[in-house]
Design a protein around this ligand. Structure first.
Ligand code: AHR
Length: 480
């Protein structure tokens, strides 16, 4: 095969935030996955497992979303701060267990800082209130001495956390309220306007970033209707502050909803799931265009002091492979990952990279023990899935410029390329998912090659995976 790598006409920088993560009170994502308690014999920092912290520190997820997902809409932040934590029952996606709330706001924010991540907090729009949200924001970010900032100080955190990213509602078309776009935008307007600004004076810059709950990308008709209608509702009156639009997309193996397995599959299943991942690109383009069309319909401000809402970033706030059998796991949505998931993860990240001019942030669902996980745990046991290796290998692309890669001779549907450049170093990804053929590639580069290195993640069998018993069967390694 021959490929040509060239500079892209329109400069496109890869936002590191495309490599974000997502953790939720769901199954063992947090309990056992992160939180083991200070008294645990599992080595921990203030109750959070050290093996997980060290592994995540290496990939430095630029962003981490919490406390959900569906759980966010049942979460009362007051249950998880201070000395006395409230036990509640968690029904989220088959979790069905008591949530102790020992891992609360301060613990999450400590965790985010330990893994060098910026927090994105999703507020409760369904069972909470605008007041609850503002009080949570006050607890987290208020600098001046108030009742709530003192409460934070009493919990050992005098300095405000300065959390920037706030999600207002989660999947409001489903578990977040079964709302119509009209209902949701009405609520969104209220919450976004009620939120404190933390400004120092009337004219200081507003660094808060508000994320609106976007469409269900898996429903073609509904998602187009949702995005168009949300934009139309925003245009009906002065728009509130909106910075991001949070689309959710899962790679289901449709037609096999409940029987699809993460580990027990044949060649047809292999190719179908991989094909599913490639479909994301058109969805992102479609949603980006709908947002731009919607922005054009916003009313022109009439007052001299009014500002126009000029842009809304497209965000992919949840993504990953989701096999039907995960619904029946004892620990909700627990899923093993194989070479197939490593490949789809690489494909999705490359789609995000290539469309970095359109998508500004993403968070994979979910980091530990749930769906497309990077890490699996079970008490003292711990293993890094091959998906972890993809994120680790792909770190080199952060902040780089996207390059154009053109296949110049025979075209194979089973090979994908992506390249980026940083100063004079080119980083090229080659994903060969053909089950039988190896490939050799002739690369036409813009310039001379003085040095090169090749890192590889390869399997002898499509089912290969890492288990607690055999944790390094599938590991990326420098091979040349
Ligand atoms: O990631 C699992 C669940 O999927 C989330 O809680 C929800 O937002 C989505 O439907």
């Amino acid at each position: 095969m021959k490929v040509k790598i060239e500079k892209r006409q329109n400069e496109t920088k890869i936002n590191p935030r495309l490599h974000g993560q997502f953790i939720e009170f769901l199954g063992n994502a947090i309990n056992d996955g992160i939180w083991v308690g200070k008294e645990s014999k599992i080595p921990n920092i203030n109750g959070m497992r050290l093996d997980v912290i060290n592994a995540l520190k290496e990939i430095e997820p630029p962003i981490i979303r919490w406390p959900g997902g569906v759980f966010a809409d049942h979460y009362n932040w007051q249950d998880g701060v201070g000395e006395k934590r409230k036990k509640v029952f968690n029904e989220g996606f088959g979790t069905y267990s008591v949530e102790t709330n020992e891992f609360g706001t301060d613990e999450f924010l400590e965790f985010a800082s330990l893994i060098h991540s910026e927090p994105w907090i999703n507020v409760n729009l369904l069972t909470g209130s605008a007041r609850e949200m503002t009080e949570w924001m006050e607890y987290i970010n208020r600098k001046q001495s108030t009742y709530l900032s003192k409460k934070r100080k009493d919990s050992g955190h005098e300095k405000p956390y300065d959390v920037n990213y706030w999600g207002i509602g989660n999947e409001v078309w489903g578990g977040g309220g079964m709302m119509t776009p009209e209902q949701y935008v009405a609520d969104y307007r209220k919450y976004a306007t009620a939120a404190p600004t933390f400004a120092l004076n009337q004219f200081s810059e507003d660094s808060r970033y508000f994320i609106l709950s976007g469409a269900d990308a898996n429903k073609p008709k509904e998602r187009r209707y949702w995005t168009k209608s949300v934009m139309k509702e925003l245009a009906r009156a002065r728009p509130p502050k909106v910075d991001g639009y949070d689309l959710h997309w899962y790679n289901w193996y449709l037609g096999n909803e409940f029987s699809a397995s993460a580990t027990d599959f044949n060649a047809n299943d292999w190719y179908q799931v991989i094909k599913g991942a490639t479909e994301l690109e058109d969805i992102l383009k479609e949603q980006y265009d709908l947002i731009q069309d919607g922005l054009d319909q916003l009313p022109e401000p009439e007052g001299e002091f009014d500002q126009k809402l000029e842009k809304i970033d497209l965000i992919l706030g949840e993504w990953g492979n989701w096999y039907g059998r995960a619904f029946f796991e004892e620990k909700a949505l627990y899923q093993q990952n194989t070479m197939r998931d490593a490949i789809t993860t690489a494909i999705v990240l490359d789609i995000l990279h290539s469309n970095a001019d359109k998508v500004k942030m993403a968070s994979m669902a979910q980091t530990i023990n749930v769906l497309n996980a990077l890490i699996l745990t079970n008490g003292e046991q711990f293993v890094l899935t091959p998906v972890y290796d993809i994120f680790k290998m792909y770190k080199v692309h952060r902040n780089n410029d996207v390059l154009d890669v053109t296949i110049t001779d025979e075209n194979s549907d089973h090979v994908k390329f992506f390249a980026s450049i940083n100063d004079k170093t080119i980083y090229l990804n080659v994903i060969n998912f053909d089950l039988t053929e190896t490939i050799s590639v002739d690369i036409d580069l813009p310039g001379l090659v003085l040095q090169y290195q090749k890192e590889e993640l390869a399997a002898n069998d499509m089912h290969e995976t890492n288990t607690f018993e055999d944790p390094n069967q599938l590991r990326a390694a420098i091979v040349e």
